[in-house]
Design a protein around this ligand. Structure first.
Ligand code: COS
Length: 388
């Protein structure tokens, strides 16, 4: 259920102000310390950001997809590390549970996910399973009647997950593990609390950009997962993961678009102020060409994101459209960031101006939640299926 227009507009205005006045001034500090300050995390909890997409019955705001992407567009106007704090709760960490969870599973976890008391992570990728996610090697072996709750079955989960966003903060993982045959049909999804014995988290990786957002390995060593924690039936895990990613890709496309819009605004402000040959560089047509190309990229990305969100809200499948939105918007923000560095010239390469930081930050978008090449593959397959 979408919010009423006034309530939603007020929320959007609050977030816009929060991004501009509270988050943007902290960008370089967060990058330097590789940490979003705890008081910011608490403010995000208080604003309800962890529960944007969680149904109202479970304490969230229950936004529809159009509302969610409009908020993601605003949050894109600052370092992506801020969104990442609650991004997994809104998206890939919670949506398997929202889509495929039983009433009991939802009642146990969703209220605390909505408040941000519980941080969630999505554990699909492995050292040997990146783009080929149907090849996950993490195993879940069912043991009858040996569970911590006497008489209940458990699965013994063993394997390593890689580059897991928010793993060091998470208290709940959605883990895709093999329960059956090779390939997609042998994969099941599990809710795995981080405090079960045998779960260990690696140290946060050193990354090219997006400092403040952490990714770690997660190791599972014979972890006893109650059978009641399986999401859906055995063998449904891959489909659940793909549906979660369809939605996640659209959200990421919105974030990319927000950053592109911010970079256009920064480029314009700089071009108007910076003078060369006796006038603002904005007066030069070769600079104007870059501004025109970036503006067009940002506008096209926004249109694609909003149209895809409306389709989803109308109940249509969006596998193709979400892949196209993510593909276009992530590539577009890469081009826009590159032009922003060019318009800023020497200053674009200097850390104080923040443009080089965003240039590094946006590089990840063409890789995670499916590389551009995987999006191309999905778009082509779906287009061929539809006959055009
Ligand atoms: N929604 C629902 N079901 C889907 C689906 C989707 N978006 N995509 C695939 N499926 C189903 C298929 O219909 C198929 O089921 P049936 O055999 O019953 O028809 C099953 O899942 C297997 O699908 P497919 O044959 O397409 O699997 P592939 O191994 O060819 O993999 C790609 C497909 C490559 C698209 C998939 O592995 C992928 O998206 N990889 C990238 C993963 C990724 O984004 N990782 C990022 C890290 S997670 S943040």
């Amino acid at each position: 259920m979408p919010l009423d227009t006034d309530t939603f507009d007020a929320l959007l205005a609050t977030i816009r102000r929060y991004v501009a006045e509270r988050l943007r001034p902290l960008e370089s500090q967060v990058a330097e310390n590789d940490e979003v300050p705890p008081e910011i995390v608490q403010e995000m909890r208080d604003m309800g950001l962890f529960g944007l997409s969680i149904p109202e019955d479970y304490g969230g705001l229950g936004l529809d997809m159009t509302e969610e992407v409009r908020i993601a567009l605003e949050l894109g106007r600052t370092s992506p590390a801020f969104r990442s704090v609650f991004g997994t709760n809104v998206g890939i960490g919670s949506q398997g549970l929202v889509m495929a969870g039983s009433d009991a599973q939802k009642a146990e976890w969703l209220p605390r996910i909505a408040t941000g008391e519980v941080i969630t992570s999505f554990a699909l990728t492995e050292p040997g399973a990146g783009s080929d996610s149907a090849s996950v090697a993490t195993r879940a072996v069912r043991e009858p009647g040996s569970g911590p709750r006497t008489g209940n079955d458990i699965y013994r989960l063993s394997g390593t997950k890689r580059y897991i966003t928010n793993a060091d903060r998470a208290s709940l993982f959605t883990v895709m593990a093999r329960t059956g045959e090779a390939g997609a049909k042998g994969v099941s999804a599990f809710l795995v609390p981080a405090d079960l014995p045998g779960v260990t988290i690696g140290r946060p990786e050193t990354k090219m950009g997006q400092q403040g957002a952490h990714v770690c390995d997660v190791h599972f060593d014979n972890v006893p997962v109650p059978a009641a924690n399986r999401l859906g039936a055995e063998g449904e895990g891959f489909r659940i993961a793909m549906q979660v990613l369809d939605r996640g890709r659209l959200h990421i496309a919105a974030v990319c678009t927000g950053i592109a819009e911010r970079l256009v605004a920064d480029s314009v402000a700089y071009a108007l102020e910076r003078k060369q040959f006796g006038k603002p560089i904005a007066d030069f047509q070769l600079v104007q060409a870059m501004i025109a190309d970036s503006k067009t990229d940002a506008m096209a990305a926004r249109a694609l994101v909003l149209e895809t969100a409306a389709l989803k809200d109308g109940g249509a499948p969006i596998t193709l459209e979400a892949a196209a939105a993510k593909y276009f918007a992530s590539e577009a923000v890469g081009r826009v960031a590159d032009r922003a560095v060019q318009i800023f010239g020497g200053a674009g390469y200097i850390a104080d101006y923040g443009i080089e930081r965003l240039y590094r930050d946006v590089r990840l978008f063409r890789i995670y939640e499916g590389t551009s090449q995987i999006q191309q593959l999905v778009i082509a397959r779906e287009t061929l299926k539809r006959g055009g």
